[in-house]
Write a protein that binds this ligand. Structure first.
Ligand code: FAD
Ligand code: NAP
Length: 573
């Protein structure tokens, strides 16, 4: 039979949507176990986040020795990171190296955006449609679409009249952008803006920053990697990886579990200074209660504001840059010279917190009735986080139910891995899993290993479909909300709760109960024969553990006491 417009021309065991770190590793694992798979990727090459976010200053905020795959000891040994926090080109080079080394590209279709996914109940297969017209079908559909991959383009009055250049940090051009002599405007002051502003200010003739909400940033103290540290890691990489896995954040750093308010003001200052000197996200490990006790948090917030006031010369600008919300409630930013940039004469901060940006003219941005001329406007306005890339695909499960209908009031799924009513459909680092609250690389690997073991088990026992049970899904969604409510993290307007996009439901989306606690739950579900799932075949034998073996690590007793776990008070960055 020849393929027609409505007939899938190719059939696979699995279709994987997305070729970032998640999709790449998923493909590698499925191949290893003899499954056929096709990856469909909207971009022209691998790397996901690191393919799209090429803005100046982009780099990781978890040290590269830990923000990297752990599945291959050879890869760990052969790859050389050059800096503590690798810049975007180096992380993209790493992704390319992995693609070459494991010969991934032959099963990836680039420049291909998935538009429709529909479950055919009779055939028990997913039918896939793309914007290139290519169609295929697969027994399993694995969403590796990324938590921060759907760029947010807020609408502004008169935008269509603007004649200058428009860029988005998350969709940055591939050729270098030269800002020399240009008047640049940047909208947003999140992590992407905080990384790019100092670099752009170094080139541009004038830089105007439109700030709706100030953010806390802790210095990265980025530097070339100390060869001694690299040697120590490489001498026992599996040991370091295991230590990281047992931590609530999936990466390792010194953590002080003592409550901030149990210390004297002098002790607190000493601890904060020490943590500040360490820099970056680990600053949140200064005390154990910073994200649970507002009074404790206030001490960290005040310390961070003092640092801003020290770093910014103009008192009025410094005050505008001082956040007054919970410290670490929005994703903590990690900076290199961000605040000092405002000491430069050609850099100006425009506060749009009380009165939003009014709109665009042909030649610039208008706020408070003033036109700020700009040759280039940069949207550093973030992403429709966690669910945005799902919303952009029409996904239909059993009985014609679409995922966007099911998730209208917020994401509903089981373990952040599967959605009831959508059989054989898995989400890598989906909402309801630790994902963005942990080091994303182990989060990805743990999900991929679990999914692969699940598929292999189904093959072992002759099962064709697996679907989450609604009751277990509801319990999980409730648990995700319960642990979120214990943390101060759930109290502010952040992308974690969808607050950055008008009209989105306010639901705390990632799982804040801690990476190893979550992993243990996934292990238990598997050991119990995929408890909470309906399979169309069952076996009395427990599933054979293949790839998930390495996730059977104990919780780190130094930071996770049984009492804290029981109370849901898991220290996390
Ligand atoms: P992504 O890398 O987002 O890849 C998803 C891919 O799916 C994309 O290439 C996209 O084009 C594709 N896709 C989406 N929809 C479709 C469709 N319909 N059809 C076809 N293809 C589709 N995390 C950390 O842990 N540490 C960090 O330091 C860190 N830094 C970050 C810096 C930036 C600037 C950003 C934006 C995020 C950062 N993150 C960080 C989070 C980062 O997204 C993850 O670490 C990781 O790279 C995600 O990999 P992924 O494969 O899950 O998703
Ligand atoms: P973001 O944190 O969501 O920041 C977007 C910024 O745009 C915010 O300041 C937001 O203000 C502002 N904004 C949005 N719409 C606006 C509007 N209509 N008018 C004025 N301002 C508007 O996005 P991001 O900076 O791209 O970062 C997203 C996430 O990606 C980070 O939190 C982090 O997880 C990851 N990331 C990591 C790094 C890293 O250091 N490795 C770098 C970049 C990104 P409000 O705060 O008021 O909404």
């Amino acid at each position: 039979m020849t393929a027609t417009a409505s007939t899938p021309s190719e059939h696979f065991d699995a279709v994987i949507v997305g070729a970032g770190f998640a999709g790449m590793y998923m493909l590698h694992c499925l191949r290893k176990l003899g499954f056929s798979a096709r990856v469909l990727e909207a971009g022209s090459d691998v790397g996901g986040t690191w393919y799209w976010n090429r803005y100046p200053g982009a780099r990781c905020d978890i040290e590269s020795l830990q923000y990297s795959y752990s599945f291959s000891e050879e890869l760990d040994q052969e790859w050389e990171w050059t800096e503590k926090y690798a810049p975007q080109p180096e992380i993209l080079a790493y992704a390319n190296h992995v693609a070459d080394r494991f010969d991934l590209r032959r099963d990836i279709r680039f420049d291909t955006r998935v538009t429709t996914l529909a479950f055919d109940e009779a055939a028990k297969r997913w039918n896939v449609e793309t914007d290139t017209g290519e169609r295929c079908s697969a027994r399993f559909c694995i969403m590796a679409v990324g938590c921060l991959s759907a760029a947010n383009h807020p609408r502004f009055e008169g935008f269509e009249n603007y004649r200058g250049e428009v860029l988005h940090t998350g969709e940055w051009p591939h050729e270098p952008v030269d800002f020399s002599g240009k008047r640049v405007a940047i909208i947003g002051t999140g992590s992407s803006a905080i990384q790019s502003i100092p670099v752009i200010a170094g080139q541009a003739a004038a830089l105007t920053v439109f700030q709706r909400t100030p953010n806390y940033a802790v210095p990265a103290w980025n530097a070339p990697l100390d060869p001694e540290r690299v040697r120590a890691f490489k001498a026992d990489y599996p040991g370091f990886r295991a230590k990281a896995r047992s931590r609530p954040t999936g990466f390792y750093f010194p953590y002080n579990t003592r409550p901030a308010l149990d210390s004297t003001p002098e002790e607190r200052r000493r601890q904060y200074e020490e943590s500040w000197a360490r820099g970056g996200l680990p600053f949140l490990g200064a005390f154990g209660d910073l994200l649970f006790d507002k009074a404790a948090n206030d001490t960290a917030a005040e310390f961070a504001r003092e640092k801003i006031r020290e770093r910014v010369d103009d008192a009025e600008t410094a005050e505008l840059l001082c956040p007054d919300n919970v410290f670490g409630c929005k994703r903590l930013c990690v900076d290199t010279g961000y605040y000092e940039t405002y000491n430069r004469d050609h850099v100006r901060l425009v506060d749009v917190s009380e009165r939003p940006i009014e709109g665009f003219t042909a030649s610039g941005v208008v706020a408070h009735g003033v036109e700020y001329p700009a040759d280039t406007v940069i949207f550093a306005t973030g992403f429709a986080a966690m669910t945005g890339s799902f919303d952009r695909i029409r996904i239909t499960g059993r009985n014609g139910l679409t995922l966007s209908e099911k998730w209208r009031a917020g994401p509903q799924n089981y373990l952040g891995l599967a959605v009831a009513g959508f059989p054989n459909f898995f989400t890598v680092t989906g909402p309801g899993s630790p994902s963005v609250l942990a080091n994303m690389l182990p989060s990805i690997e743990q999900h991929v290993d679990w999914i692969t073991d699940c598929m292999a088990h189904m093959r072992d026992i002759g099962a064709q479909t697996i679907d989450a049970q609604e009751s277990h899904e509801a319990d999980w969604v409730g648990h995700v909300a319960d642990v979120a409510s214990i943390s101060l993290r759930s109290t502010c307007s952040s992308w974690y709760v969808g607050a950055n996009i008008p009209g989105r439901p306010r639901v705390f989306m990632p799982y804040i109960g801690g990476f190893p606690v979550y992993v243990q739950k996934c292990n238990e579900v598997m050991a119990a024969g995929f408890e909470g799932f309906v399979l169309d075949a069952r076996s009395p034998e427990p599933p054979r553990v293949r790839l998930t073996e390495r996730w059977q690590t104990a919780l780190d007793p130094d930071v996770l006491s049984p009492a804290d776990i029981a109370a849901g008070r898991i220290p996390i960055v």
